[in-house]
Design a binder for this molecule. Structure first.
Ligand code: FUB
Length: 344
């Protein structure tokens, strides 16, 4: 239900038929990365604000300046806003646009991973550390070396290794890194340097994290997403190819790489047998929500699996003023995921 249809939406009816309600209403939140730490749910969302920036396809209107951590004692309990966990004024290298974050825990310390534009206008990914899952977090002086683009998601595998998945097209700048260095030409164009429709689509990246979770332990590698015949998805395959919002979770020993298709607004998934892929496209997890963006995380809580997602229903369709939500995910016997419809 992308943005151009909003005049026709009856929001009262839509909210009544919605799969779930906003988790918090006093602030706008988006891009929820949910984790289950020590028996409690912690959600690391973007904190949406209206900074008065004009809407464009580079996402300039997403002008967020801080992060709040939302916590829940259980999946049905009240969602509590724990206040500002990190502000851009306290991140030396970051100038603007604190986009979708993630977090993880290691040896009793908590790590917030976040993208922001540096003073050259290039998206980098930073890390901030705290003794508490709700912060406050203290940012490292510099972003992760060799980091680029947006939407970090950090997955902990069963052997104790951590991997960061990241990347995003258009405003997320992934297409500007095709040659390995940032291409600053045509700065106003979101689609310059996107491959032709018949060529393989741009791929997201993964890198194993260093032991201290502050740097990459290796040069980021591309993640292949294949179709049912083993071929790379094509750039013109907008309903299936990767756009942004990477996530990785495991189910029955398989690795599920999920992501947003951006301009076609689906949350899709692909399955592989190791954290680097390749992953084979399997289907949709979530159909389009109200608002242009769709972004999610998947979290296992007490034997059940939940999708955390967002839509723009709380702001009656304003693309950059979103609200986080949750819904249970169910798998079929063959491991495929039953697609959720955000409004019945
Ligand atoms: O919230 C800003 C951007 O919008 C995120 O980084 C993308 O994933 C999209 O949700």
């Amino acid at each position: 239900m992308p943005e151009d249809n909003i005049e026709h939406i009856n929001f009262e009816e839509l909210n009544q038929n919605a799969l779930s309600a906003p988790l918090v209403r006093h602030i706008y939140t988006a891009d929820p990365s949910a984790h289950y730490f020590n028996g409690k749910i912690y959600i690391y969302p973007s904190h949406d604000v209206d900074a008065g920036e004009a809407f464009d396809d580079l996402g300039s209107h997403f002008a967020m300046e801080d992060y709040h951590v939302i916590s829940m004692d259980s999946i049905d309990s009240e969602a509590v806003d724990n206040g500002i966990a990190l502000h851009i004024d306290d991140v030396q290298w970051a100038k603007q646009q604190m986009w979708a974050p993630d977090a993880n825990e290691k040896n009793g310390k908590f790590y917030l991973f976040f993208p922001a534009k540096d003073y050259d206008g290039i998206f980098r990914i930073g890390v901030a550390v705290s003794d508490s899952p709700i912060g406050p977090f203290k940012a490292q002086l510099n972003p992760i070396k060799e980091s680029f683009s947006i939407d970090p998601a950090v997955f902990k595998d069963e052997d104790g290794s951590y991997y960061m998945y990241f990347g995003g097209l258009w405003g997320g700048q992934l297409q500007r890194w095709r040659s390995g260095v940032f291409n600053a030409d045509q700065p106003e164009s979101p689609t310059a340097f996107i491959p032709d429709d018949k060529d393989p689509a741009l791929l997201p990246f993964v890198a194993k994290m260093s032991d201290d979770l502050l740097e990459f332990d290796e040069k980021p590698k591309e993640i292949q997403i294949l179709d049912e015949n083993g071929a790379l998805l094509l750039s013109g395959d907008n309903e299936r190819r990767f756009f942004e919002a990477a996530w990785l979770h495991k189910h029955n020993g398989n690795y599920y790489f999920s992501y947003s298709t951006g301009d076609t607004h689906f949350i899709c998934y692909a399955i592989g047998d190791n954290p680097y892929g390749p992953f084979t496209y399997k289907g949709r997890i979530l159909n389009p929500v109200v608002g242009w963006t769709s972004h999610h995380s998947i979290c296992q809580i007490e034997g059940k699996t939940y999708l955390f997602y967002h839509d723009s229903s709380l702001s009656k369709g304003v693309t950059h003023l979103r609200c986080i939500k949750k819904a249970e995910i169910n798998y079929r016997e063959d491991g495929s995921i039953i697609t959720l419809d955000p409004y019945q």
